[in-house]
Design a protein around this ligand. Structure first.
Ligand SMILES: Cc1cc2nc3c(=O)[nH]c(=O)nc-3n(C[C@H](O)[C@H](O)[C@H](O)COP(=O)(O)OP(=O)(O)OC[C@H]3O[C@@H](n4cnc5c(N)ncnc54)[C@H](O)[C@@H]3O)c2cc1C
Length: 454
């Protein structure tokens, strides 16, 4: 069986590695770097930089832990060097795996012609099945056209020689928030503007307020329910007027919102697109039988995040579907994390979504200061909100911010994937003292018997 995959991001390359191990002959087309946005311009660069900024902020608090540190400084140039080294190392690792597993990698821009045919480098290749995994790129927004200098996007951010002294970040989605947290740690005077009336539109409003309060205390100034109205170029800075007529003087605008799907790859009417994305059904099949689309470029019937782990899960699902081993994707338990300090993480339905779906819900929010482990670590800023079906106790969703949220959310993924109830969760023994006890304590509180809280 021959499989052609266009795009070697986390969706495409993981599908290729899995398919090759399942005995499929795989050809993978990539026009730039293996690893795609995630490894080269997204997840890994941001997390590598954030590892430095997090360590730096810990060092600055060292005296509270009985440690004397003097003269600690952070260097953007050196942090950037470390980031480039990390990306190169991981990219090599992917290239090595592809080679070892016998995946044929063709470094060229590819086009999908229909009937399972792919054109690249002047040649046409024929396959039994095709997976399109071409991902997305930063969108150019009206009134905020990037110029790589005054107005930049996430791609430009990583290559900047210097960070601005004063910046306006547009958007409080994951990208805008992570870039804001990096700028904050490097001492940039920061304002973040968000179009909708709350920070991080995907959260319930109470969780959003709790999270925004934590970041505001660290020096990030949010202006919500607003956007950029006009930008005036002064000699050495920008004068920005927001829609509420507030004026700001900044050295740079960082556009942290908007992605454009790379669907130009499609050169046939047989595969339909909608709003730039490739339409797929619950099995990730496009309007042409045997042709799949996954990850950021795909639009399934269920709205789910543009996330690396979604792309790779969908890639592996598509291969299983080709092999006749899978039927329909299940997106009800997709965790997501924003890697600010502290991280924000969520999964499942919000309270608002569950209520709108007609479910009677009850919720419980546990403050981090109730956790011994959080107090011991001097990281009591945080909360965990559970959304539960009132009559059955089934856990529908979790939204949390606090140290360790990026790990704890994976336990919540198991909980939601298994459709567990709060009673079942309360019966799971959690090691003490750990931050994961937030789950156990919340479960008991939801049963009406909070143990370590009132
Ligand atoms: C700043 C930033 C931080 C992020 N952080 C996270 C995070 O922490 N966690 C997370 O889950 N997600 C994160 N994301 C999102 C994540 O990067 C994407 O969801 C993920 O990369 C999508 O994977 P994909 O395989 O669908 O596409 P991509 O990773 O975009 O890969 C697509 C690949 O296809 C190639 N390609 C495109 N067109 C063609 C063509 N015609 N021919 C050949 N090759 C082609 C591209 O060069 C690219 O390599 C982040 C994104 C950004 C921008």
């Amino acid at each position: 069986m021959k499989l052609g995959i266009i795009g070697a991001g986390p969706g495409g390359y993981e599908a290729a590695l899995y398919a090759a191990q399942r005995g499929i002959e795989v050809t993978l087309f990539e026009k730039q770097f293996v690893g795609g946005t995630c490894l080269n311009l997204g997840c890994i660069p941001t997390k590598t930089i954030l590892a430095s900024t997090e360590l730096y902020s810990h060092i600055k608090e060292a005296s509270q832990f009985g440690i004397k540190v003097e003269g600690a400084e952070i260097s953007w140039e050196q942090v950037q060097q470390r980031m480039l080294k990390t990306v190169a190392q991981l990219r090599k690792g992917v290239e090595f795996l592809l080679k070892k597993r016998g995946v044929r990698l063709i470094n060229a821009e590819a086009f999908y012609l229909g009937d399972h045919r792919i054109e690249a480098g002047g040649q046409t290749y024929e396959f039994d099945n095709v997976i399109i995994a071409t991902g997305s790129r930063p969108a150019e927004l009206p009134g905020l056209a990037t110029d790589k200098k005054w107005i930049i996007n996430s791609n430009h951010f990583f290559t900047r020689k210097e960070l601005p002294k004063r910046a306006l970040v547009v958007g409080t989605g994951a990208i805008g928030l992570e870039l804001s947290d990096i700028l904050r740690a490097f001492g940039t005077e920061l304002t973040v503007v968000e179009l909708v009336p709350q920070v991080m539109p995907l959260l319930d409003s109470d969780a959003s307020s709790n999270y925004a309060r934590i970041l505001s205390k660290k020096g990030i100034k949010f202006i919500v329910g607003n956007s950029v109205k006009t930008i005036e170029h002064k000699e050495d800075h920008l004068k920005v007027t927001l829609t509420n007529d507030q004026e700001l003087e900044v050295d740079q605008i960082v556009v942290g919102v908007g992605r454009t799907p790379n669907s130009e790859v499609i050169k046939t009417d047989k595969v339909q697109t909608e709003r730039g994305k490739i339409k797929v059904n619950n099995s990730l099949v496009t309007s042409e039988e045997g042709t799949y689309a996954i990850g950021d470029v795909a639009m399934p019937p269920v709205s789910r995040g543009a996330l690396a782990h979604v792309a790779s899960h969908e890639g592996i699902f598509a291969v299983k579907h080709i092999l006749g081993e899978a039927n329909e994707m299940d997106w009800h338990a997709v965790p997501w994390v924003v890697f600010t300090d502290p991280p924000l993480a969520a999964i499942g339905q919000t309270e608002k979504e569950a209520s709108q779906a007609g479910l009677a819900v009850k919720t419980y929010t546990l403050p981090y200061r109730a956790l011994g482990a959080a107090v011991a670590k001097n990281r009591t800023e945080g909360f965990c909100k559970f959304i539960v079906e009132a009559d059955t106790g089934r856990i529908l969703g979790v939204q949390m911010a606090g140290v360790g949220a990026d790990l704890i959310i994976n336990e919540m993924a198991v909980v939601l994937q298994q459709n567990m109830t709060v009673k079942e969760l309360s019966e799971v023994i959690h090691a003490h003292p750990t931050l994961s006890e937030v789950a156990k304590e919340s479960a008991f509180a939801l049963l009406g018997y909070p143990i370590n809280t009132m």
